[in-house]
Design a protein around this ligand. Structure first.
Ligand code: ATP
Ligand code: MG
Length: 269
């Protein structure tokens, strides 16, 4: 029975379990994302972050648990048509931009809206140009991906996701492959989307960015959510020694000296 409850989370994961053969990758994940929220997932390599995002898009099916995106019970979907309908609603931006190398920037942005959504070519092109303006690449519509910097390609990939008018976007370490100079321009684009109210889930190693833009942060390790909370709480007063150890490592020395991590409850004294 569809619910019209506007307070219901847009994404709700309940007790997700997923194994690859003998490897238990997700071991009981619960996660909620409200409409309009930005939620970051942080954690060590191999902790299951990408696997979790793939479950939300239906690319992977958990052995146990529930995944809801709006009124859709993703764990119950069966047919290709149902999965295609889901993926129209859920944008996904990867570390490796996955642009079509033989298509121009403009064509990369219009191919799916025309072929999958059946939009008129002219209308799709107008929308694509508007989106290229949004990611500050209006002058690159005729370029091919190979002629762009990593940061520019990633912004094209974000514009391409937006061209489908998704309800939410998942970002999987979208700045990890970039030169430090181009990371900032991609983060700026994501920040603007969040400010406009796009629902975003970000797997990221950019701790400062996660702290700044997130409504909630989840820390995962070995396929479980060790803890989650507001960025202020999680980054400044982590409850778990595991979170604290991870942040000590991830934030690096300079950051630690500026703002030492203290045990929960010991901060405001
Ligand atoms: N298709 C697959 N087949 C078998 N094992 C897999 C598959 N995909 C992922 N794994 C394993 O599942 C575990 C979690 O992988 P996942 O990619 O979700 O980690 P992650 O948290 O995204 O790591 P990273 O930060 O390095 O991207 C790893 O041990 C990985 O080797
Ligand atoms: Mg990953």
């Amino acid at each position: 029975m569809p619910s019209n409850d506007s307070c219901a989370p847009l994404i709700a994961l309940r007790d997700l379990h997923l194994s690859f053969a003998d490897t238990r990758v997700l071991r009981g994940i619960d996660l909620d994302v409200q409409r309009g929220q930005a939620v970051s997932i942080i954690g060590p390599s191999g902790s299951g972050k990408s696997t979790l995002l793939r479950c939300i898009t239906g690319l992977l099916r958990p052995q146990r648990g529930q995944i809801r995106v709006g009124d859709t019970a993703v764990h119950e979907l069966r047919s290709d048509a149902e999965f295609i309908a889901l993926r129209k609603r859920v944008g996904f931006v990867f570390q490796q931009y996955n642009l079509f190398p033989h298509l121009s920037v403009l064509e990369n942005l219009t191919i799916a809206p025309c072929k999958v959504l059946g939009r008129e070519r002219r209308e799709a092109q107008d929308e694509a140009r508007r989106l290229l303006g949004k990611v500050r690449l209006e002058h690159k519509e005729h370029a091919y991906p190979g002629e762009l910097s990593g940061g520019q390609q990633q912004r094209v990939a974000i514009a391409r996701a937006l061209a489908m008018r998704p309800e939410l976007i998942l970002f999987d370490e979208v700045t990890s492959a970039l030169d430090p100079e181009t990371v900032g321009e991609v983060l700026r684009t994501i920040r603007e989307l969040i400010e406009e109210g796009m629902t975003c889930v970000l797997v990221t190693h950019e701790m400062r960015f996660a702290e700044e833009i997130s409504d909630a942060v989840y820390f995962t390790e070995h396929g479980v959510i060790v803890e989650h909370g507001s960025p202020r709480q999680l980054f400044n007063e982590p409850r778990s020694p595991r979170t604290r150890a991870f942040l000590q490592h991830a934030l690096g020395r300079g950051e630690r000296e500026r703002r030492p991590l203290v045990p929960a409850g010991a901060a405001a004294r």
